[in-house]
Design a binder for this molecule. Structure first.
Ligand SMILES: [Zn+2]
Length: 467
């Protein structure tokens, strides 16, 4: 994610009053799957008792009426005996739920819990399928992730929550699964999503499009965008097809998107092979405060510039292929995406003196307590998308100058490669980097990641940074 106001330290006031997380609900019955996985910021996200392996989501959407009809089938494996389990869901009214094709009871509780009781209990270690049918207008707005566009279309974007607004799921970074979307719309509309488009057919005035994510994906990184798109098709030197789409008032963004092959090439040089089998972008013309790294095909707000594209593409490694374990690890996503876009691209492509950029930024903000008051590691619920954008690149640049390029770049590439299609945490990152340099990074990491004030000069100006 990249917010339009990312350099506005004044914007911090907006998030200073963070919400208090509710205590995690503890099921007292051993046959009841936990309603949450206990993330310190979002304890009810995700659910216990099963592991999702594949989603097959069928959507029919009518732009004039905003009416959506959905049928989501989840293939899952029980990890405990289950009499009752939960999905995360906050979308239109549920009309029917079946488990292994047998009717199941269901009820909706809390903000986003769909509690399901199958006719027969489920046995640990065995696969089962859940089908949920639903219909109605999705709840619209920034707090849900479903946006209606000026043309009458719609799209989904939101982090950490947005998937629950259009299909039921195990909404946690910890449960990755492959994903198929089958969407039907009136034939004059187009549908964009993640991965590869494997079908696009017209029949009886309707268009049906199938999109497949063959590499695993998590909830907030899935999207659907229904629009009267114009397309840009490109190809990487290795033959990978690139498909990008532009809403009617977003056509000017084509010029930046034409540099996608070059952006992917630089990211690969830095972080290893691109982890997915498709790439592109979805440019909307709805006022949106953020752009988002939806997998293989980011959603771009109208203010998107070239550096925003570089940021969201870097996320395909830092956030998408390798995801956080908990939301307190958000620096793994945003510090790296921001460093790639704000330092590495300007340095490698535009010949910019990034040491000078680092010093200028410090000169401007060193004495500003607001700049330092949100920690990079464990910033607090509601503050995930603040300091990571402006402190994050400084932290990584100082780390790079402490370790030296010959140690830093191979180490970060090895770290992200080792967690491909998986999860990682900030404590794991710190531990890993310590094994890759003779320098003792204990004080450095504590000063940069755990405090609410500027690091001491020895950590702020390592190596050649003071001059
Ligand atoms: Zn981001």
């Amino acid at each position: 994610m990249k917010r339009f106001w990312r350099y506005s330290v004044a914007g911090l006031a907006l998030v200073a009053a963070a919400a208090v997380a509710p205590a995690q609900a503890q099921p007292s019955d051993p046959l009841v799957g936990s309603p949450g996985l206990g993330d310190p910021y979002y304890p009810l996200d995700g659910n216990g008792g099963y592991d999702a392996t594949h989603y097959d989501v069928a959507i029919s959407y009518d732009p004039p009426t905003h009416h959506l009809i959905g049928a989501a089938r989840l293939d899952v494996v029980a990890t405990q005996a289950l009499r009752t389990f939960n999905l995360d869901y906050a979308g239109p009214a549920v009309t029917k739920v079946t488990v292994n094709n047998l009717p199941a009871w269901f009820e909706r509780t809390d903000e986003h819990e769909l509690v399901i009781t199958p006719l027969l209990p489920l046995l640990p270690g065995l696969p089962f399928s859940v089908q949920v049918e639903y219909a109605g207008a999705p709840p619209e707005g920034e707090d849900t992730g479903w946006f209606n566009s000026p043309s009458g279309g719609a799209f989904v974007a939101g982090e950490p929550h947005s998937a629950t607004t259009w299909y039921p799921l195990n909404d946690t970074p910890l449960d990755k699964a492959t994903f198929t979307l089958r969407a039907t719309v009136p034939q004059e509309w187009e549908v964009m999503s993640n991965g590869l488009k494997t079908e696009d057919t017209l029949a009886n005035g309707q268009r049906t499009v199938v999109w497949e994510s063959r590499q695993p994906v998590i909830g907030y990184l899935t999207t659907i965008a229904i629009e009267k798109f114009e397309f840009l098709e490109q190809r990487r030197a290795n033959g990978m097809p690139l498909l990008s789409a532009f809403a009617p008032d977003a056509l000017a963004a084509k010029e930046n998107e034409q540099r996608l092959p070059e952006i992917l090439d630089l990211s690969e040089e830095l972080y290893g092979p691109y982890p997915f089998d498709a790439a592109g972008g979805i440019y909307v013309d709805t006022e949106l405060e953020f752009s988002l790294e939806t997998q293989t095909r980011p959603i771009y707000a109208p203010w998107t510039d070239l550096q925003t594209v570089v940021h969201e593409i870097a996320h395909q490694w830092w956030g998408d292929s390798m995801s956080v374990k908990q939301w307190s690890d958000i620096c793994l996503n945003e510090c790296f995406a921001s460093y790639t876009a704000d330092y590495l691209w300007p340095e490698r492509k535009e010949g910019k003196d990034v040491d000078a950029l680092y010093r200028e930024t410090l000169t401007e903000f060193h004495g500003n307590p607001k700049f330092w008051r949100v920690k990079l590691q464990d910033p607090g619920v509601g503050r995930e998308f603040t300091s990571v954008y402006y402190r994050g690149p400084l932290f990584l640049h100082a780390l790079r100058r402490t370790m030296g390029d010959d140690a830093f770049f191979p180490a970060i590439r090895d770290f992200v490669s080792a967690h491909r299609y998986g999860n990682a945490s900030m404590p794991e990152f710190r531990e890993f980097m310590r094994t890759r340099t003779p320098h003792d990074l204990t004080g450095f990491f504590a000063a940069w990641l755990d405090t609410e004030e500027p690091p001491a000069d020895e950590y702020l100006y390592p190596g050649t940074l003071r001059s």
